[in-house]
Design a protein around this ligand. Structure first.
Ligand SMILES: [Zn+2]
Ligand SMILES: [Zn+2]
Length: 188
């Protein structure tokens, strides 16, 4: 069985070097659907609580929300950083509070203080799926991701590859010692 969660991400990007309108800076509401598969956790009669999938995903994905996503070789990158620097918002702002933890992966680097994500590849819907899977695959047993942005959509399916020990009382993953970080349940 699957538990399915959807979340939306507001972002700006462009396809640097692409022959089409998308080479100009523009924005989207992207809609990401995450499908997680496992047995039914009999204690709570769920695969995984959808709000908890959302929480785990949002912890890292909020780096992409109200963010600018540019490819590492895009000349807009130094230009935008120069403006942010001069304006004094490059290294953060007291009202820039909805930030995720900074991260670096093979596919992208997040700079939450200036709401910027720098990607290795062009951030198409397909590119976003690769990024999301690499960020979440060890935390959730993802079997399908779908990302829709404007008229573009892509989806990818994955082999079920991890089995998560879940709390029979609230459904979330137990920690390495078999204790639920949310309700304190201890695996007997
Ligand atoms: Zn676009
Ligand atoms: Zn629990």
């Amino acid at each position: 069985m699957r538990s399915i969660t959807t979340l939306d991400i507001q972002y700006a990007h462009r396809f640097y070097g692409f022959c089409g309108e998308a080479q100009y800076l523009h924005g989207h509401t992207g809609i990401l659907t995450i499908e997680v598969e496992d047995s039914i956790n009999e204690g709570v009669n769920m695969v995984y609580p959808c709000n908890e999938i959302k929480k785990i995903a949002w912890d890292v994905l909020k780096n992409f929300d109200h963010a600018l996503i540019l490819r590492e070789d895009d000349p807009l990158l130094p230009a935008v950083l120069k403006v942010y620097e001069e304006q004094g918002i490059k290294d953060g702002h007291p009202q820039n509070v909805m930030k995720g933890a900074a991260f670096i992966t093979e596919l992208c680097t997040a700079y939450p203080d200036c709401r910027l994500v720098v990607t290795k590849e062009t951030m198409t819907v397909e590119g976003m799926i690769k990024i999301v899977y690499s960020l979440l695959k060890d935390k959730l047993n993802i079997v399908k991701l779908t990302f829709t942005s404007g008229v573009n959509a892509a989806s990818e399916e994955y082999e079920s590859c991890i089995s998560i020990n879940r709390c029979p009382l609230c459904g979330i993953a137990l920690d390495e010692s078999g204790i639920c970080p949310k309700c304190g349940y201890r695996k007997g």
